[in-house]
Design a protein around this ligand. Sequence first.
Ligand SMILES: Nc1ncnc2c1ncn2[C@@H]1O[C@H](COP(=O)(O)OP(=O)(O)OP(=O)(O)O)[C@@H](O)[C@H]1O
Length: 254
Amino acid sequence: MLDLQNVSKSIEGKTIVNDITFSVQKGSCVGLIGPNGAGKSTLVKLVSALEKPSGGSIQFIGKDVQDWTVKKLARHIAVLTQGGLDPYPITVFDAVLMGRYPHLGFFERESKSDYGQVDEVLNITGLTDFRDQMLDTLSGGEKQRVAIAKAMVQQPQLLLLDEPTTFLDIGHQKHILKLVKDWQKRDGLTVMMVLHDLNLAAQFCDELVLMDEGQIVNIGTSRDIITSETLEKVYHTNPEIIQHPTLNIPQILL
Ligand SMILES: Nc1ncnc2c1ncn2[C@@H]1O[C@H](COP(=O)(O)OP(=O)(O)OP(=O)(O)O)[C@@H](O)[C@H]1O
């Protein structure tokens, strides 16, 4: 579904993303991990065509993302950037409804079906009580859930998430990631998400892409990637790693 070939990005002579090649299979959930400044957010911006690569190509269902119109790409790819939603003075309902816009024609008004989808997603994401509250009055965590709800009504094939658990308490971290996981399983959604929490990455991602200094260090399952050697080499730390008692995945004790 997504093929990155020798993707590079330089800004003002500094190479931020350096010769990245990997593929993401339809229906899988890939975690982008790595220390601060590794180039993860930049890679998400390149895949979503918010930024243009300096070299290489990013093919999404057989076509370079740079060759899609913004609207057509938005029918297939939803992006949650690190900053989250802009805090416009609109209601939660209207903010989520904006996720339907890529599917509407010029001058086409939203239909009853669009409104119904928004209410259904507000219910799934636990936001029904906030339906008529103004977006700019929500807490950081509530806004993050609205951003996920907006992405859901967009009905993308590929969901790009940059640190989706920022601002969320542990209950809502699990709730949001489980929502994404259920969505992935139910609709064959493909997910690529940046996560700093390696324990969550191990629990929710099928495959991890470990980046450092703009390059890929390793790609594999959490068992391949979350090892003492790798953490020492890339994160310069040596925490204890234990096995999750039921999931058979590594978990880090900080
Ligand atoms: N527009 C820009 N101009 C100059 N440098 C930039 C620009 N955008 C990103 N960088 C630099 O590129 C590097 C990678 O940034 P990026 O945000 O992609 O990293 P990241 O892995 O997402 O980091 P973090 O985990 O801290 O969010 C950083 O050193 C950053 O300062």
